[in-house]
Write a protein that binds this ligand. Sequence first.
Ligand code: UDP
Length: 246
Amino acid sequence: MNTRNYADILGARVDLVNTRESLERIRSFIVNQQSAHVITLNAEIVYQAQNDPELLKIINGADLVTPDGIGIVWAGRRLGYPFEERVSGIDLLYLICEQAARENWKIYLLGAAPGIADEAACQLAQKYPGINICGTHNGYFPAEQQQALIEEIKGLQPDVLFVALGAPGQEYWINKFRHVLAVPVAIGVGGSFDVIAGIKSRAPEWMIKANLEWLYRLLKEPSRFKRQLALPKFVLLILRRSLNNN
Ligand code: UDP
């Protein structure tokens, strides 16, 4: 029986979870040795999925989809769903690592430019003494190396696989290999390794609190402008949907 409580945002199921509940679910995936796919979903990806049925299917087939980004939280509330807060990939990554050090979960970091996942692993080891990061690999591997990479991850048997290949590429990748890998939790975390390794900065706390993280990223990386054009279109779709519902 499906007991999940979720919002329907333009056809995408987003779990009505806060950060604490997301962590509890992730813990249960590890305890039950599931091959769970966790997605931290933002508005850009939901917009993209409107014209990409496969992506929508992947989102709706994931075991946990958290509301990442103020766009999703706003849309959910507008459509009448009681979202409490954003649950972002990087926040979950830190919290999972904190718990991993306590519970001895093994972590694998896949993604970002060569050297970045290693540096992120060093930073995480300093922040969470005792954490077991069993392996890392950069995200720019040629197709012919993919099988060896899969075998390496399978052999190391991590409990949590963080995949930082950018959205939605990382969601496609996890969906394709999750059952072969048999890792209890695989979660896409976008540009998180770059932030942890210190080559990119996250928005200041006041901007995060004011829900302006998207603006910070746009100012820092103007090349994201084209991608972020999806946001006003997403807002229009939600406004139209909410007016039709009334
Ligand atoms: N990346 C990668 N392999 C690729 C493409 C991207 O490892 O083939 C990495 C890239 O180096 C960066 C992350 O994926 O660390 C994408 O970061 P971004 O901030 O764009 O994440 P998003 O906003 O897409 O979640």
